[in-house]
Each structure stands twice: as structure tokens, then as C-alpha cells.
Ligand binder design. Structure first.
Ligand code: ASP
Ligand code: MG
Length: 406
């Protein structure tokens, strides 16, 4: 008998018919002789609707009450899925996140799970019940309700699987993890497997299938995660620790992200402490920065360029402008129509030729590279946003990702 945690996303429970479909799938897993714990997201676009509703009543609602509000979306799903199972004659019980023992810190709207006490769930499982848990939420030590950040029902599911030492199945509206976004490149191919590290890069770089903290947790607690469609029986993609050691093609996927802007602080005095005086206040403002490029100085001045999410640009410029003045930089400019395109795969940094082939492919397609960064498992180029589709397709072709794995 296996213990399985399944998660169903918002589109999988968007209406009564889909909830019935989900209930049938849960029942089939249970009938297969498994213990089943299910984590559900809010129905369809419920969370967006609740945020919109709040904005009609208050321009700046308190985060505590936002969490109280947003947590209800998942609670509705948990109750309804449980009722659908009851109607089919199954013994199931619906639980909110806090009833399921999920304790978090007090950072409302982006709380982190501190601990899960699985004893209630274990009791229910002992009574042969199916347990349906509301995703995306928990409770602080002060018994305030928190939410874990947009898309974080995945994180609830993986954390629950880790606490219960179970396997984790994420059911969504796509059949798995693809070599790239199939809406951009129709020849994108579903991967049979991918490593946690590669998935983490893809998730952070704009592949929106999985919440990236859920992949991080999976890696830390070594939870095998399957991602598959709730609308078919096709096998999905297995995310796990090791992928065949010496795969011929090290590039596993192409990620892209069009939420990119860059800021250049021009003519920064070239002396110790300057970088920290620029980046520390950005960090304090909760703004994450990446792809930092600093030139070597000429006549004791240098330019410092970095990227931020386009959606954070106004906030970042408001932080940077006074600092640029204070450190006597010449100017501070921004550009906001940028994108990142990345090739991702374990070992590409150490394998000769991958970077060269990436740059050559972009150049052949007349795509100008603005900035380049690498990590052990990816190479990222910052380019113009309107070139990104062309870049993704050209790279997909150049690295032969449409060809099946061997
Ligand atoms: N309902 C939440 C959201 O839309 C959490 C989730 O679906 O994972 O962000
Ligand atoms: Mg999601």
C-alpha cells in the first residue's frame, strides 16, 4: 500500500463537472489500494476574483485580512471535492491548511512553512479516509491564517508529501514539463524525467508549471514528484534526483521570461563599497536583482548594469535614483522591453561548445545579446523582448530538442 499526495490545480477544479472528474481520479487511486491525501487549489480564477473584490473596498488592504480572504478559495475547493467523493460513496474528510497541521511564519501573503504536524491526517488515514486539504495556506503560532504566495498550493503538496514520506503527484492542465513553452514552439516535447536542479532553473526562469519553492522542497527532502494532466491518463514528467548520467544532449529545456527590465547606473566612482551601497537598499526594499554586470573602470569610473522584474522597475528606480546621486554617479537609466532566454541542463557549463552554439544561433537570427550570465546548469542571454519567440524557436532547433530522448 502506497501513500500518495495528489495536488489538483485551479483549472482542474474550475466547475462542478471538473470536480466530479477529479473525485473519480482520487477514487480510482484509493481503489488501487493506496492511502490518498489530496491538496486542492482554489477553483479557476477565484484568487484573482478575491483580490479584485478587496481592491474595490480598500486601496491598501491589510495583509492579515487579505490572507483571511484568499484562504477561503482553497477551503471552498476542499469542501466541494470532499462532497463529490461522499456522493460517490467514499469516506473522505476536508481540512483547512491549519487543521492539516501546517504551521507557518507570520509573513502574510508569502509565508513559509515552518513545520507540519501530520498527526490529524495520519489519524484520518488510519480510519481509511481520503483526506482533502486546502492548499496555499497555514497558520502562525498566534493562530492567524497565512497564505504561502501565488501558485503555492504546489508547495503545500510537496511539503505534505515530505512530512508524510509519500510520493507526490501534481495534476494540472498540461501533460507534463516540456522542453520549452509549447505555445511558443509547437514542436516542444514532453520530457519523461528531469532533475530537481534543472526544474528549478526552468521554474525560476519563467516556466510556470510548478511553483519554484515546491521544487526546492522536493530537492531538499528528496520527494519524487510527477507532473501530469488531470484531463488525460498520459504519463507525465518525473522530477527527481538523478537523470541518466551521460545523456547525449545536455540541454534539457529552453526557458524564457519577458518580465525583465534593466537599470544602468552610469559613471559610478570606482571604489570599494559602491556595489554594496547600491544593492543593500534594493534588498532591503525586497527587490530581487539578477544578471549583474560591472565593467572594468576607466578613469576611476565604471558602469553598473543589472536586471530586475519589469513589474518592479518603478520601485527599483525610486530606490536607486537618490543613491546614484548620493554616490555621485553620472546618471541612472533604465530599459524595460527586455527578455531572458536560457538553455538549461546539468553540466552544460563544463561541456565545451554549448555557449558557442547558443551565441552563434542567436547571431544567425540577427538577435542582439545585451547581457550574458551563466550558472553551472544554464546559460542566459538578455535580449529584446520582441525577439524572444524567434530566439526560443531557433535554440530549440539548434539543440535538437524535438528529438526523442534516447
Ligand atoms: N489559488 C492560489 C493562487 O492562485 C494558489 C494556487 O493556486 O496554487 O495563487
Ligand atoms: Mg499553479
Amino acid at each position: 500500500m502506497a501513500l500518495i499526495v495528489q495536488k489538483y490545480g485551479g483549472s482542474s477544479v474550475a466547475d462542478a463537472e471538473r470536480i466530479r472528474n477529479v473525485a473519480r481520479r482520487i477514487a480510482a487511486t484509493y481503489d488501487g489500494g493506496n492511502q490518498v491525501v489530496v491538496v486542492v487549489s482554489a477553483m479557476g480564477k477565484t484568487t484573482d476574483g478575491l483580490i479584485e473584490m478587496a481592491s474595490q473596498l480598500n486601496d491598501n488592504p491589510r495583509e492579515r485580512e487579505m490572507d483571511l480572504l484568499l484562504s477561503t478559495g482553497e477551503v471552498v475547493s476542499s469542501a466541494l471535492v470532499t462532497m463529490a467523493l461522499h456522493a460517490m460513496g467514499y469516506d473522505a474528510i476536508g481540512l483547512t491548511g491549519w487543521q492539516a497541521g501546517i504551521r507557518t511564519d507570520a509573513l502574510h501573503r508569502r509565508a513559509r512553512i515552518v513545520d507540519i504536524d501530520p498527526s490529524r491526517i495520519q489519524d484520518e488515514l488510519k480510519q481509511n479516509r481520503i483526506v482533502i486539504v486546502a492548499g496555499f495556506q497555514g497558520m502562525t503560532d498566534e493562530q492567524d491564517i497565512t497564505t504561502l504566495g501565488r501558485g503555492a498550493s504546489d508547495t503545500t503538496a510537496v511539503a505534505m508529501a515530505a512530512a508524510l514520506k509519500a510520493q507526490c503527484q501534481i495534476y494540472t492542465d498540461v501533460p507534463g514539463i516540456f522542453t520549452t513553452d509549447p505555445r511558443v514552439e509547437p514542436r516542444a516535447r514532453k520530457l519523461n524525467e528531469i532533475s530537481y536542479d534543472e526544474m528549478l532553473e526552468l521554474a525560476s526562469l519563467g516556466a510556470k508549471v510548478m511553483h519554484n519553492r515546491s521544487v526546492e522542497l522536493g530537492a531538499i527532502y528528496e520527494v519524487p514528484i510527477t507532473v501530469a494532466s488531470s484531463f488525460s491518463d498520459e504519463p507525465g514528467t518525473l522530477i527527481h534526483g538523478s537523470v541518466a548520467m551521460e545523456v547525449r544532449n545536455k540541454v534539457r529545456g529552453i526557458a524564457h521570461d519577458t518580465n525583465v527590465a534593466k537599470i544602468t547606473v552610469v559613471g559610478v566612482p570606482d571604489r570599494p563599497g559602491i556595489a554594496s551601497s547600491i544593492f543593500a537598499p534594493l534588498a532591503e526594499a525586497g527587490l530581487s536583482v539578477d544578471t549583474i554586470v560591472q565593467n572594468t573602470g576607466i578613469e576611476h569610473r565604471t558602469d553598473l548594469t543589472f536586471t530586475v522584474a519589469r513589474t518592479d522597475l518603478a520601485k527599483a528606480m525610486a530606490v536607486i535614483r537618490p543613491i546614484a546621486q548620493a554616490i555621485d554617479a553620472r546618471d541612472c537609466v533604465s530599459a524595460d522591453h527586455l527578455a531572458k532566454v536560457s538553455i538549461v541542463g546539468t553540466g552544460i557549463q563544463n561541456a565545451p561548445g554549448y555557449a558557442a552554439r547558443m551565441f552563434e544561433t542567436l547571431s544567425k537570427n540577427n538577435i542582439n545579446i545585451d547581457m550574458i550570465t551563466t550558472s553551472e546548469i544554464r546559460i542566459t542571454c538578455v535580449i529584446e523582448a520582441d525577439q524572444v519567440q524567434k530566439a526560443v524557436r531557433a535554440l530549440h532547433e539548434a539543440f535538437e530538442l524535438e528529438k526523442p530522448e534516447e
